[in-house]
Design a protein around this ligand. Structure first.
Ligand code: AHR
Length: 498
């Protein structure tokens, strides 16, 4: 068993847009209430923002956070969420069948994002609402003053505009589960007309149109072609969403899913380019992979939940070691396509299918998936280099020619560092790995971080938060311009070279 990767600093895929390490907070379950916001918590600040959670988010260096949904946004009345808290309406929230108190709203999120040192990616409701609401919220948010909605914001205590740059035109409008589900043509029209007025209010904003909710959707990829036919000239990004699960307990297949994620990205990019050609356009459409993760552990519990509770636990997947490996391969998949994928959101950030968990009134801890996401965000800034990989392969019933090695190198020219992310998909054997850094002047290994576990199903919990944690005793060494390492079975690796 062996694997080799050749990288050359002159063969770059792209400069990585930092926003590829984004995440997502939806009004869902305990993401907001008792997640990022818990007035009275021992670590809460004067706004009720949990300090322990902010501390963990800070470790992740999250550049952008999508808000407020998700399925939630398709029934969202943003006006309910601003102004004096005591006047805010309680609503039946139909996407997740809970009661929304609106005690945390749009302006609170903008305040929170500042504390979390992150940008806001805001979504508008194109489910129950449309053009009028879309232009109003941009006016409330981004217009300086002297109009009804901008002056309303000022009267709410926000003298300066929020200047939110990135806006999503609805969410998963191709899904029958969506409030106000639409055909591609219906959505294409409303997205176009909303885009026009939003940009008339603020021409500096960037817009994301909804692509398919998953590669398996029956309308994929015709959906993308139709939506872009309407919106191509008026949006900057098309979205992709994808979640994976290991329902059958078939880990070799589960670990190979990122190959399908790459196919998804390639097909969406090709569809964008087809519409570009059709329109004789000079503009390149970029991709926003604004929901991605492992999601399946909590499905059963969620089906049994009683409706109309306030902030009940929902979508609380407890992630194990193999999930962290899948998250690592998904990150590498997106970095391999960083010439097209400019934004991405790990869905989600706190409690709801999330790297960070909290208990109400209690602690906050890191799930297994926290680590590959943190390593990628912290060390994966710079240029992604074309990975020329030779690796032994395996077949599963569903997916063939799966390389045991999944890897990419990132060149940070400013710091004069190269970081190699690598997953060994082999479940029993370690993988001898050689990295050929032929075009670099010299190479010394700074550290080789490894996330490994004897138990693929091992998890971190509040009582045992450190069962799956990385160590930096990996054995990578430099021999001239060649790095040699042995990647432990079923492991995520970060090899940092200077
Ligand atoms: O992230 C959880 C949900 O997954 C989102 O609300 C929705 O957009 C997707 O189906």
């Amino acid at each position: 068993l062996k694997a080799k990767m050749i990288v050359d600093k002159d063969f770059a895929i792209s400069e990585i847009d930092d926003r590829i390490y984004g995440s997502f907070i939806e009004h869902l379950g305990r993401a907001v209430y008792n997640g990022i916001y818990e007035p009275g918590h021992t670590t809460a600040d004067e706004n009720g923002f949990r300090g322990d959670v902010l501390g963990l988010i800070n470790e992740l260096q999250v550049p952008i956070v999508r808000y407020p949904g998700g399925n939630f946004v398709s029934g969202y009345n943003w006006e309910d969420t601003v102004g004096p808290k005591e006047l805010r309406k309680r609503r039946l929230e139909l996407a997740w069948r809970v009661v929304e108190t609106n005690q945390f709203g749009f302006n609170e999120f903008v305040d929170w994002a500042k504390k979390a040192n992150t940008q806001v990616m805001m979504a508008v409701n194109l489910g129950t609402r449309g053009i009028d609401d879309a232009r109003n919220i941009v006016e409330y948010s981004n217009h300086a003053s002297g109009s009804y909605w901008s002056d309303l914001r000022r009267s709410h205590g926000y003298e300066q505009p929020h200047n939110i740059k990135t806006w999503c035109l609805g969410n998963e409008m191709d899904g029958p589960w969506q409030i106000g589900h639409k055909t591609a043509a219906e959505y294409g029209r409303i997205a176009l007309e909303s885009a026009k007025v939003m940009k008339w209010v603020d021409p500096t904003i960037e817009l994301v149109a909804c692509g398919s909710s998953a590669i398996g959707m029956p309308t994929f990829p015709e959906w993308e072609a139709t939506v872009l036919d309407h919106t191509y000239d008026h949006v900057e990004y098309l979205s992709l969403h994808q979640y994976y699960g290991n329902h059958e307990n078939d880990t070799p297949t589960f670990l190979a899913r990122s190959l399908q994620m790459e196919d998804f990205i390639r097909t969406v990019a090709a569809t964008c380019d087809y519409i570009k050609a059709k329109k004789r356009s000079k503009k390149k459409m970029f991709l926003s992979f604004d929901e991605w993760n492992v999601w399946f552990h909590s499905n059963e519990a969620d089906r049994k939940m009683d409706p109309w509770q306030i902030a009940p636990p929902q979508l609380e997947d407890v992630y194990n070691h193999e999930d962290a490996l899948v998250v690592g391969t998904m990150l590498i998949a997106m970095l391999k396509h960083s010439d097209r994928v400019k934004m991405a959101c790990l869905a989600q950030l706190v409690n709801v299918i999330a790297p960070i968990m909290t208990s109400n009134g209690g602690g906050a801890w890191r799930q297994t998936i926290f680590y590959p996401y943190m390593h990628a965000s912290v060390f994966g800034r710079g240029k992604a280099l074309v990975p020329l990989v030779q690796s032994d392969k395996y077949d599963t019933k569903e997916i063939t020619d799966v390389p045991y090695l999944e890897s990419i190198a990132i060149h940070n020219e400013e710091k004069e560092e190269v970081t190699i992310f690598a997953v060994n998909r082999h479940l029993e054997e370690s993988l001898p790995f050689e990295i050929d850094l032929r075009s670099f002047g010299s190479a010394t290994v700074i550290e080789h971080i490894v996330l490994e576990s004897d138990d693929l199903k091992a998890v971190n919990t509040e009582l045992q938060p450190n069962r799956v944690v990385p160590h930096n005793s990996g054995n990578a060494t430099a021999d001239g311009l060649s790095i040699q390492a042995s990647l432990p079975k079923a492991s995520w690796n970060v090899i940092r070279v200077k």
